[in-house]
Write a protein that binds this ligand. Structure first.
Ligand SMILES: [Fe+2]
Length: 467
């Protein structure tokens, strides 16, 4: 029998208050129990790596944004037997009039590997919000695909981004991509936070694994643009093998529209997409003061017009905030240099990968330290971005599970499971972010948060309270 006396009631209420306070003041380390078997890469003869039939048939077809506004598309593909044509034929849905764009070919050698013929073709001046069909392989085996251009850039244009990182080509990678494809909230463009094929984990950095990866992602990347940043697995710097040109396979295979944002390098650039302004940074090219990347960002941030594109999104490979043991503080130098700007310019969210797990931060900053004042602890800061680590695509290196304890106050939610994210922008004030774990049903969100825009809705006091 439960006896309710006065003291017991006070104690109970006291405990409840303490529990609520505890919930409010600390983040969540998920108790989800996962199968931690290391997943191997899918065998070379897996159906997801199938070579399309026909002589010189285009393979590894993928698209990315081709200009600054979203009216351009870069189409890339590989032909295996001979160079063939770099022309893309394209036409709007409901139109019989075919247009053509002409591209160019790249090849490269890496140790004992010689690439196929890598085609890149930029299509410009498309109509916004229009479905286009396109055809590659002109003159030999042709293949047709389609994409939809984004709506015209504007402050209240809804748009849905997928977030995938550190994907690799294991069975888990396939689960991640499948879950993204079957998510009832349909992503319209993937922001890929680096570490693509993991070919460099193989002897001699077996570049055939770059080809299998290209064939694996084609089923999605040929139909919606993937936006790239380079991770450490793209560096492929191997002087012991005679390979001294960093990023050689990556830069030959994955082109980006960097010149459209006055960048001088494919490793850092920006695009506009609907109501979002997306800045891509590189963790693995120089970013210290006076470097080209630094000088570009100095000019770039003031150019962002939040009346036109309210949502300011930054992504790079190495996270600036991560409370996992593995890769701990690897992003610290970049944080020290750039975090102040992210706060000053009210960046809404910073995505990164690298750590093979998921983590979401509260709005925190750590920009007060000046060597002598001792102010080196992250503090709650409503002008700061939310930092989301989404390096949980599912590569052959497996998950990282060791976390720093206790959970730092900036860390809102962390869990070592594979999955993907969806950033669903509703209008200029609100966006919804959901994280989807591979073990769950396609519609299930293991973590989610409403994001209030830092420029248009800065009064929101807590990302958790906003749920
Ligand atoms: Fe990485």
């Amino acid at each position: 029998m439960v006896r309710w006396d006065c003291d017991g009631g006070v104690l109970l209420v006291g405990c409840l208050i303490l529990s609520v306070l505890e919930l409010c003041s600390s983040g969540i380390t998920s108790a989800y129990v996962r199968n931690d078997d290391l997943s191997l890469d899918m065998p070379i003869d897996s159906d997801v790596f199938r070579v399309p039939p026909g002589y010189n048939a285009p393979q590894q077809v993928h698209i990315t944004q081709g200009d600054h506004e979203g009216k351009g598309v870069i189409v890339s593909w590989v032909t295996p037997d001979e160079p063939g044509s770099s022309t893309v034929l394209y036409w709007a849905e409901n139109s019989q009039l075919k247009s053509r764009a002409d591209g160019f070919i790249r090849t490269y050698k890496y140790v004992n590997y010689t690439s196929g013929y890598i085609h890149h073709c930029t299509i410009n001046n498309l109509e916004f919000d229009t479905k286009y069909y396109y055809e590659v392989g002109i003159g030999n085996t042709t293949r047709q695909f389609w994409f939809r251009t984004p709506p015209s850039v504007g402050p209240d244009v809804p748009y849905t981004f997928g977030l995938i990182g550190d994907l690799g080509q294991t069975h888990d990678s396939n689960r991640t991509l499948t879950h993204y494809e079957l998510n009832p909230t349909k992503g319209q463009m993937v922001l890929f936070v680096g570490d693509l094929s993991y070919a460099d984990d193989y002897p001699l950095h077996d570049n055939n694994r770059w080809d299998t990866w290209g064939r694996f992602i084609e089923r999605n990347a040929a139909y919606q643009p993937w936006v790239w940043t380079a991770g450490n697995h793209e560096i492929d710097y191997a002087p012991e093998l005679g390979e001294t040109t960093p990023f050689k396979p990556y830069t030959n295979r994955y082109h980006v529209p960097y010149e459209a944002s006055d960048s001088t390098s494919p490793f850092w650039y920006s695009i506009k997409r609907a109501s979002a302004y997306i800045i891509v940074m590189s963790s693995y090219t120089a970013f210290g003061k006076y470097t080209p990347q630094y000088k570009w960002l100095v000019k770039e941030l003031p150019r962002v017009n939040r009346t036109e594109t309210p949502w300011l999104i930054v992504f790079m490979h190495c996270p600036l905030y991560s409370s996992y043991v593995h890769h701990y503080m690897e992003g610290e130098t970049m944080r020290v240099i750039y975090e102040q700007w992210f706060v000053e310019y009210k960046v809404d969210v910073v995505f990164a990968g690298h750590v093979h797990a998921y983590e979401r931060s509260e709005r925190f900053s750590n920009i007060a330290y000046n060597v002598v004042n001792g102010l080196c602890t992250p503090i709650s800061d409503q002008s700061a971005p939310v930092y989301i680590t989404i390096g949980d695509g599912g590569n052959l290196e497996g998950l990282v599970t060791n976390m720093t304890e206790p959970q730092p106050s900036y860390s809102a939610y962390r869990e070592a499971s594979f999955g993907h994210g969806i950033l669903d922008i509703k209008n200029r004030t609100h966006a919804y972010f959901g994280w989807h774990r591979n073990q769950d049903g396609y519609a299930v969100e293991a973590d989610s948060v409403w994001l209030a825009n830092r420029y248009w809705y800065p009064s929101e006091t807590s990302s958790v309270a906003a749920i």
